[in-house]
Each structure stands twice: as structure tokens, then as C-alpha cells.
Design a binder for this molecule. Structure first.
Ligand code: PEP
Ligand code: MG
Length: 846
């Protein structure tokens, strides 16, 4: 069967060439032709044609070669739909044979002709005849001698003469490239980069513009921006008497493009050619609406543009390039917003391991909090604090962290835990603090007593050894690889302003401490959506008072301890209100079970007995009595608020007194008070009555008026289902999707890490539901609650404050469900703002 004619297309300004049928490179070359760039003659083979070639159905080679004249000399390059999907390497100089060699020796000199022929024989031998590249290692000579040795090596190994017919050569090259694309390894590699299973490969056959010969000849690449910063700069190299990407591969011999103190430049050598290249690349930028890298050849002083590819870039450069293109009026602001992947901002906002650095991976786990940091491993919070006090950066290593480790986490540069998942303690706190964190690193053997970690390959790490935690991809690396610093530059600020102009869903931050709140403000969060107050009680000076409160036998004793906590809480809130300058602050009343505040080991019990002046046996008995089998489903949240109401009373009073104090100094504060773990309407009624009573008392005592909003955290399935009866009693419903996911699946958020990767690998769960909102199950509960809640009270404010709040997919879900805002850890606020803006832009452009 013959190939269809439309499968072989000479690229002209009007030829039917499309990215979806011929690939991105073919389409780009057509655009360059339309811009009247000096592109050598090029023929595009469609995906269909290449697919048939792989199956042995060759096109009419005479027709394919016709545009290139009687003695063709061409190269073949891959043209897949997305350049990131890869493809076989280009093959140059197809058509070189003995006759060409003779003719070319006359025209451009024997050495140049021999170099071109030799290069082709070698690449044909490796790519088509599949010979080992080592077969040619012994050939060191250039010129005619080297060529003849390479030809002999080819013939010895293949027991065939080197093919002389250009049609045969080209057919074999096409076949090998087509087959390479369809091989299993290549397929898996590109699927890992997001390519569909049936992704096609196009090929372009292009007339060679020789970079070797008489006069000024050579090749190189040029781009107008720096790939790591995005700043305008002429980047690239030119190598005389070379082809392809030699100039980049043999950098030390290559010339700079622009005049440079470090060495000779193309600008000095061939100023006209340099000026032409600069002009053409700028034209590409303007008309292709993208920063492009041009591959070029200079042939006897004349510039040819062989190819244009999108400049590779890191996240930082990506932002700057998009903003600059919009500021230059080349693309719209909306397009600039769409060009930056929200998650890529994580790369900008945190230090990263330099992608070019060697990575010596010790173990892997769940990438729980992005960024990377190196430090000495320390096995307890106290040792981490001591290390920090010595000025030695350290990595806190724990089986899992608990609130007791908070100070150790503050002292550490990164955290590493054996257990846990995306919403376990270390992960949530790590993200909140912007601390790199890898959890669930179960392939390390944690020998906490002996203070060693044993890597799967047997390497043993002791306390004090240096590791690097890469929380962006969940790896623990040996030593200290080079890092790239976080960069919040002007371009990002500009992009964020544009995002805020178009976005139509609010973004707040989850912030517990003044430092978190400051980060939230810096990232322009529109308030605090969740302040977890329990962390405030872990400060050294408060923990003992808190424990006294827990140990109090009578309500007056408890009230006395809380009385001492009150001014501290009040001060916490005043500071938060002050930092947030009138922005809404949603304070969640005390949530965790009380035992989290108690020491768990004997030494701790002894210390506590001493501090409280109680017999050790008393302390041990009380600690045991407070222990629960499944504390996450036990006496916590509103259940504690109802059974030990003095705690919420104290918190409500602290909030109101802080409101009055902060409003006196600045913008009036309207605090939001949120009740956690609600499952029944009556819980809300009871707490509301008490909070209202505290408000009335504070108004009475101070003679000051203030308003506040009381809301409910929807994090049990029952609260979601009963939203209709809860909503009338509440100003807002904020979805705590961490607990809601835990309870909907019946899956402990602290233990999920143990099997989550197996579950995801086997496709039981498409994703870790603690990371990516389960839109089907948990999402259905959200939807039901939102509908029932709104139907019962049309002005009820809806939001999400679980970790999913910073996830672009969850934001899309919440926006579609009519939520008012999302709240996420401070460092994810920019990601959320951009993701929300993209949703609005996509809706607008349809
Ligand atoms: C939640 O459960 O989603 C939540 C935000 O609260 P926490 O993570 O503190 O339980
Ligand atoms: Mg919760």
C-alpha cells in the first residue's frame, strides 16, 4: 500500500501542517517560513506516515527526496506533539556517500567533506545498524584517514558495504526513528511525562545547511533570555566548523555570541550574522509569542535558521518570561496567568536542590512539605533545639511528630518521619511553617534508641550525620548537594496582582502563630481561615499551666489555671489581629484530646509530678485514664468543649478582650469563632449559648461593643449530612477535609502513609485522598452540605480549611460548588491565588 500524498508535505507558508498531525517542530518550522526566515527546505511526515513506516510501509522515497534535488543531503528530526515527550535524536548528513564526498571535497575542502561523511557513517552505524559506539573509539584521526577507518569499521561489523543510495539511507533512518518511538521504553518514558498512550511522532526531513566548509562556517544556538532567571540576556554559543548542537557540547572551544570579556565572540567575528540572528530571534519571540531558542548554521557567512524550540526554563524564569511577554504587549495578562503552572510556584517559594546537582538518594517517602534543606540528623526535639543553639542546622528525625515536637520543629531546618501521611502532624505543621518535610519514610530502619537510621542499601546514619531532606519530591539525600535559593521577585508580585484582579474566589491562610500570620500577609492572604489555637499551649511557659488545668479535679481549680492562661491567649490574639490589620481571623476553639499535652514516658511523668507537686503514681494513673484507643474519634473538639466548658469560655473571653484591644489601635476587628468536630445541631446550640454569654459579660464589664461571627467546622460526615439543621445557627460552614476524609474513608490520617503508596500504585485509590480531594466521596458530602446549608440559610459563608484548600483541583471543585473562599497553609497562598485566577480566566475565554 502506498502512503497518502498528504502524509508527505513540503513545508510552505500555506501547506496543511498542524501540531496535532505533524507535531510541534513541523508546525514551528512552518511559522518560521511564514516569517520569511532563512529556513532550509523541509518536508514534514505526518504521525500517520511515521506510524506506517514503523510497520514497514514505506513512503515513495523518490517523491520524498524530489524537493532536495539529484544529490540530496538532508537531516531528519523528530516532531512530536509536545517537545517534552522526547523522541529519537536527530540524524544529520543523510545522503553522504562516496560521490558526494568527492564533489564536496572540491567545493568545501577534503577535511570538511570527510568530517561530514564520517559523522554520518557513525551515526548511521549507531542508530540504524545498532552498532556499539565503542566500535569507533579507536578512530582518532580526522580527514580522509579517519573516514576510511570508520567506513572499514562499519563494514567489518555489519559485513556489508556502507549503503550509497540516499533513498536507502533515508528509508533506513526513518524506519529506525519510527520504531524507536514505538518501542516500549520510549512509550513508558513519554507516558510518565503525561503523553497519551497513542501519542504520534512526526518527522521532518530538512536540507542540510552545512556548518563546515570555506568562508565563515559553523553552527550554534541563540536565545534572548536566561533559562534560570528569565532575565533578558543573549545566551548561546557558536562553534566554527561544526554542526548540530556541537557548540553546546564542546563549549570550551565555542565562541560567545555577544561581545564578552571572557573570550572571542561571534559579534566580533561576524557582526552582520550576529545582528541578523538577534533580529530573527526577537522576531520569533514577537510573532510566535514565546521565548524561543533558535538553532542556526552559518554557511560561508550566510545565516540559516534550522529550528526553533521553546526556551527551557525553570519556574522562576517561567514567571518572568510570561510577565515580560505580557508587559511587552505580546500576550495578554490572562495568557500570562495561564502560562504558569500554579504548582511550579512552590519551586520559587522554597529552596530547592539544584537540578544539576548529583543526588545520592538514601530513602524516599511522601513529599509532605516542599523545599529542601540540609542539616545534621537529631532524634529528639530537645537535641534539635540544642543543635540550633550551637548554630548547627539540623534535621529532626522522629517516628512521627506530636505537638510536643513543635519547638524541635521550629529549631530544625527540615523534618523526617517514619510514619504519617499528607495530613499527619509533621506534614501539616511543616507546610504551615514552610519547613521541608518528608513523612512515611518507612524504607529507612528507624533505630531510635541507638539513634541510627539504616538506609535500604545498608548505609547507616548516626546522630549528627548530614542529610538533605527534599520535601518537593519526597527524597532523603546523603550529604549537602548544591541548592537554589527561593526567589520572590518582582515578576511574581506582578503576576500575583494580575491573578487577584481576575479571581473570583477568596484565598485565606491557615495560620497559628504570629510568624505564620506575617507570612500569610506577605503572600496577600485575605485573612486567616483557620487558626488552630492548641499550638499556643505548647509554649514552654504555658504547658505546665495547661497540665495543671488538665489535672484539676474541680471546676474552680480548672478555672484558676485557665485564668492564668487567659492573658497569654489574649496576647496571642491581639498580636494576630494586629498583624492581620482588620482582615478576618477565624479562630478555632480548642480541638485535640487532652492527653496530647501530657508526657508519655516515665521521665516525663516524674517531671510532671514534680512540677505539680503530686505523687508519681497519681500522675501515671491520671495520664493512663486520659489515654484513648482512638483519640481522633474520642474526647476532642466540641465534645471537650461541652464536657469541660471552661476551656471554651476562657478562649471566647480571650478573643473578645483581644478584639476590643486591637480595635482600639487599628481597623475594627470582627473575629470569627469556629467550633471543631461538630456532629449534632445541639452541640452548636450549647456552645453558642455559652459564647454569647461570655460576649455579653465582656461587653458589660468593658462597656465596649463588638461583633463576632460564630461558625461550624464541618469535618464529620454527620455534620455534612445535617447541614440544613446546623446552618441556621451558624454564620459559616468551613469544611475540615482532613478529618472529613479520615472519617469518610474510615482511614486514620496518621497511619495512611503505611500503605498509601501501594494503594496508589495498584490503582485502588487514584491519588492519596489526603493530598487530592476525593471529589466522588468526600466531594459528594461537601456538595450535599453546601446545598443543604445554603438552602437553609442563604447567606451562610462556605469555605474549606483542610489541607486540600491549597490544591488547584480542590479549588476548582470548591469554586464550582459556590464556596466563598479556600484557606490553606501560608506558603500555598500564591499557588491558590494563581490556580483560582486560572479558573476564572478559563471560564471567561470558554
Ligand atoms: C481538618 O480536619 O480538615 C482540619 C483543618 O483540622 P485539623 O487538621 O486540625 O484536624
Ligand atoms: Mg480537623
Amino acid at each position: 500500500m502506498q502512503q497518502d500524498q498528504s502524509d508527505i508535505t513540503l513545508i510552505t507558508a500555506t501547506a496543511p501542517v498542524a501540531t496535532t498531525t505533524h507535531g510541534g517542530r513541523a508546525k514551528c518550522l512552518q511559522r518560521l517560513v511564514r516569517l520569511e526566515m532563512p529556513v532550509p527546505k523541509t518536508v514534514a511526515l505526518s504521525f500517520d506516515a511515521v506510524h506506517r513506516i514503523a510497520q514497514g510501509d514505506m513512503p515513495d522515497m523518490a517523491e520524498l527526496l524530489a524537493p532536495f534535488g539529484p544529490a540530496p543531503l538532508v537531516c531528519v528530526r523528530p516532531s512530536s506533539e509536545d517537545p517534552d515527550w522526547g523522541g529519537p535524536g536527530a540524524v544529520l548528513n543523510i545522503g553522504m556517500n562516496d560521490a558526494q564526498y568527492v564533489e564536496m571535497s572540491d567545493r568545501i575542502g577534503q577535511d570538511a567533506a570527510a568530517a561530514i561523511y564520517k559523522r554520518f557513517v557513525q551515526s548511521y552505524a549507531i542508530h540504524v545498524a545498532r552498532l556499539d559506539p565503542d566500535e569507533f573509539e579507536h578512530v582518532v584521526e580526522d580527514g580522509a584517514e579517519g573516514l576510511s577507518q570508520v567506513l572499514s569499521a562499519y563494514e567489518d561489523e555489519t559485513e556489508e558495504e556502507f549503503p550509497q543510495d540516499p533513498a536507502v539511507q533515508l528509508a533506513e533512518v526513518l524506519r529506525s526513528m519510527a520504531r524507536a518511538w514505538e518501542g516500549t521504553t520510549a512509550r513508558l518514558l513519554r507516558q510518565a511525562k503525561g503523553a497519551p498512550a497513542e501519542a504520534g511522532l512526526g518527522l521532518v526531513v530538512q536540507e542540510m545547511a552545512l556548518g563546515l566548509g570555506r568562508g565563515e562556517c559553523g553552527s550554534g544556538v541563540i536565545q534572548l533570555v536566561d533559562s534560570t532567571t528569565g532575565a533578558p540576556r543573549i545566551i548561546g554559543r557558536y562553534l566554527r566548523q561544526s554542526q548540530g548542537r556541537d557548540a553546546l557540547e564542546r563549549r570550551e572551544e565555542a565562541l560567545f555570541l555577544e561581545r564578552d570579556d571572557r573570550g572571542p565572540s561571534l559579534e566580533d567575528l561576524a557582526p552582520d550574522a550576529f545582528a541578523a540572528l538577534k533580529r530573527m530571534t526577537a522576531l520569533m519571540r514577537e510573532r510566535l509569542r514565546e521565548e524561543m531558542q533558535a538553532e542556526f548554521t552559518i554557511e560561508n557567512g550566510v545565516v540559516h535558521i534550522l529550528d526553533g524550540v521553546r526556551v527551557t526554563r525553570n519556574a522562576r524564569a517561567g514567571v518572568r518570561i510570561a510577565v515580560q511577554l505580557a508587559e511587552d504587549g505580546i500576550i495578554t495578562r490572562e495568557e500570562a496567568l495561564l502560562r504558569v503552572e500554579p504548582r511550579a510556584l512552590n519551586e520559587l517559594l522554597h529552596r530547592q536542590v539544584d537540578p544539576t546537582a548529583e543526588r545520592d538518594v538514601l530513602a524516599s517517602g511522601i513529599a509532605a512539605s516542599p523545599g529542601a534543606a540540609s542539616g545534621r540528623i537529631m532524634f529528639s526535639a530537645a537535641e534539635a533545639q540544642a543543635s540550633a543553639a550551637r548554630g548547627e542546622p539540623c534535621v529532626l528525625v522522629r517516628r512521627e511528630t506530636s505537638p510536643e515536637d513543635i519547638r524541635g520543629m521550629h529549631a530544625a531546618v527540615a523534618v523526617l518521619t517514619e510514619r504519617g501521611g499528607m495530613t499527619s502532624h509533621a506534614a501539616v505543621i511543616g507546610r504551615g511553617m514552610g519547613l521541608p518535610c518528608v513523612v512515611g519514610v518507612s524504607d529507612f530502619k528507624f533505630q531510635l534508641r541507638g539513634k541510627t537510621l539504616v538506609a535500604p542499601d545498608g548505609r547507616e546514619l548516626r546522630q549528627g550525620d548530614i542529610v538533605t531532606v527534599d520535601g518537593t519530591n519526597g527524597q532523603v539525600l546523603a550529604g549537602e548537594p548544591a541548592m537554589i535559593e527561593a526567589a520572590e521577585d518582582d515578576a511574581l508580585l506582578t503576576l500575583m496582582t494580575w491573578a487577584d484582579d481576575v479571581r473570583d474566589i477568596g484565598v485565606r491562610a491557615n495560620a497559628d502563630t504570629p510568624a505564620d500570620a506575617q507570612t500569610a500577609r506577605n503572600f496577600k492572604a485575605q485573612g486567616i481561615g483557620l487558626c488552630r489555637t492548641e499550638h499556643m499551649f505548647f509554649e514552654a511557659d504555658r504547658l505546665t499551666v495547661m497540665r495543671e488545668m488538665i489535672f484539676a479535679d474541680t471546676s474552680p481549680d480548672r478555672a484558676a489555671a485557665l485564668e492564668r492562661l487567659l492573658p497569654m491567649q489574649r496576647a496571642d490574639f491581639i498580636e494576630l489581629f494586629r498583624i492581620m490589620q482588620g482582615q478576618p481571623v477565624c479562630i478555632r476553639l480548642f480541638d485535640p484530646p487532652l492527653h496530647e499535652f501530657l508526657p508519655s514516658d516515665r521521665a516525663g511523668h516524674r517531671e510532671l509530678a514534680e512540677a505539680l507537686d503530686l505523687p508519681l503514681s497519681d500522675v501515671t494513673r491520671r495520664v493512663e485514664a486520659l489515654g484513648e484507643y482512638n483519640p481522633m474519634l474520642g474526647m476532642r473538639g466540641v465534645r471537650l468543649g461541652i464536657t469541660v466548658p471552661e476551656i471554651y469560655d476562657m478562649q471566647a473571653r480571650a478573643i473578645f478582650e483581644a478584639t476590643i484591644a486591637a480595635s482600639r489601635e487599628g481597623a475594627p476587628v470582627v473575629p470569627e469563632i469556629m467550633i471543631p468536630l461538630v456532629s449534632a445541631k445541639r452541640e452548636v446550640e450549647i456552645v453558642k449559648t455559652r459564647v454569647d454569654a461570655v460576649a455579653a459579660a465582656v461587653r458589660n464589664e468593658t462597656g465596649q461593643d463588638f461583633t463576632y461571627r460564630l461558625g461550624v467546622m464541618v469535618e464529620t460526615p454527620r455534620a455534612a449530612l445535617r447541614a440544613a439543621e446546623i446552618a441556621p445557627h451558624t454564620a459559616f460552614l468551613s469544611f475540615g477535609t482532613n478529618d472529613l476524609t479520615q472519617m469518610t474513608y474510615g482511614l486514620s490520617r496518621d497511619d495512611a502513609g503505611r500503605f498509601m503508596s501501594t494503594y496508589v500504585q495498584q490503582g485502588v485509590f487514584a491519588e492519596d485522598p489526603f493530598h487530592t480531594l476525593d471529589q466522588d466521596g468526600v466531594g459528594e458530602l461537601l456538595q450535599i452540605a453546601a446545598e443543604r446549608g445554603r438552602a437553609a440559610r442563604s447567606d451562610v459563608v462556605l469555605s474549606i480549611c483542610g489541607e486540600h484548600g491549597g490544591n488547584p483541583e480542590s479549588i476548582a471543585f470548591c469554586r464550582a460548588a459556590g464556596f466563598d473562599y479556600v484557606s490553606c497553609s501560608p506558603f500555598r497562598v500564591p499557588v491558590a491565588r494563581l490556580a483560582a485566577a486560572q479558573l476564572a480566566v478559563r471560564d471567561k475565554i470558554g
